[in-house]
Design a protein around this ligand. Structure first.
Ligand SMILES: Nc1nc2c(c(=O)[nH]1)N[C@H]1C(S)=C(S)[C@@H](COP(=O)(O)O)O[C@H]1N2
Ligand SMILES: [Mo]
Length: 324
């Protein structure tokens, strides 16, 4: 993966938490009045909704989740939505925000196939209404040694897998992103064996922390963050979390994955966050928290990104240096 200079990181103009809390307060009040969608207090006026109908369509009703990580300062909405990796839209951190606007996220379907009882396709709005949408704050750790703290919105992927009815011989799940050269200039700039493909072992996919994600900061995902639906696997490096998913494929063998295929010595299938296993070209011992003050920018990398008490048992008896 390409490492970019740190001076490209946009600084936040606002205190992310206070803006967020203001908005939540407003939403509660608006909901109580039955007036959701009127005059929403946007993050520092960044998004200027063209009209109120459009504004209403971006909001998600979320419930609190016990699986949310508490006590962390949230990365600003601006940093989360302007410093992205989404190579279909270009390799620079600002490219996805600049280029993903043409991605059409309605209509959108997700197909489950492979080792399932029966192949099925579901529309995005039906998928959204499957289960209550939870807000889950997670640490977000890119393999490039930068990190964020993001309030995602979604529900556990296990809910969708149960609906998909995989057969007992299904041992892995593959996630395939949209491939559409009419809106994705990045497909010509770099060859990642498109469509972008990622995968998890079935027990990893079924783990309650693995989030089928529709939104962030209480709104639907901006296109650059993987609209209309993406994965978030918080104990793994970010590239395991495929964006703009159109297909979920169940297999008996480990599926091909984009970055592993591109550079197998650098990007393993597991890619669990691990301070003791360096990338061949850089250290993973610490990370740079995007948007943090200079005093807290450098943070120690946490084993399993801080989720070890919940996920370490998935890897009992495995050599994590070999299975990096
Ligand atoms: N389809 C697709 N999914 C992707 C990527 C990509 O290039 N294409 N990049 C990955 C990487 S490297 C990271 S770190 C995260 C970034 O998610 P974010 O931009 O919402 O922070 O998305 C992952 N999912
Ligand atoms: Mo990443």
């Amino acid at each position: 993966m390409l490492i970019k200079k740190s001076n490209e990181i946009p600084s936040s103009e606002i205190t992310p938490k206070s803006a967020y809390l203001n908005r939540r307060t407003f939403m509660t009040g608006a909901a109580a009045l039955g007036a959701v969608g009127l005059g929403v207090d946007r993050v520092a006026g960044m998004i200027e909704p063209q009209d109120e109908v459009e504004a209403a369509a971006t909001k998600l009703q979320t419930v609190k989740s016990p699986l949310s990580t508490s006590g962390l300062e949230l990365t600003s909405y601006k940093d989360i939505t302007t410093y992205n990796n989404f190579y279909e839209f270009g390799v620079e951190k600002g490219d996805p925000a600049a280029n993903a606007g043409h991605l059409k996220v309605r209509p959108w379907t997700v197909t489950v196939d492979g080792l399932v009882k029966q192949k099925k396709t579901v529309g995005i709005d039906e998928l959204l209404s499957f289960r209550p949408i939870e807000e889950r704050v997670y640490r977000h750790r890119c393999v490039e040694a930068w990190s964020m703290v993001i309030p995602w919105a979604g529900y556990s992927l296990s809910e969708l897998i149960n609906w998909a009815e995989p057969l007992p011989k299904a041992k892995y799940v593959q996630f395939l992103s949209l491939k559409d050269s009419s809106v994705m200039p990045g497909l010509q700039q770099i060859d990642l064996g498109w469509p972008y493909s990622e995968g998890l072992r079935m027990d990893e996919a079924m783990h309650p922390l693995t989030l089928l994600t529709f939104g962030l900061y209480g709104e639907v995902l901006p296109n650059q963050d993987g609209a209309p639906v993406r994965l978030v696997v918080p104990w793994k490096y970010g590239f395991k979390s495929a964006k703009s998913i159109v297909k979920i494929h169940f297999t008996s063998d480990q599926p091909r994955t984009a970055w592993n295929e591109m550079a197998p010595r650098e990007y393993g299938f597991y890619s669990n966050v691990n301070p003791n296993v360096d990338h061949p070209r850089w250290s993973q011992k610490s990370e740079r928290r995007i948007g943090a003050s200079i005093f807290s920018q450098r943070q120690p990398t946490l084993m399993f990104n801080g989720y070890g008490d919940q996920v370490a048992s998935l890897y009992n008896g495995m050599d994590l240096k070999k299975n990096f």
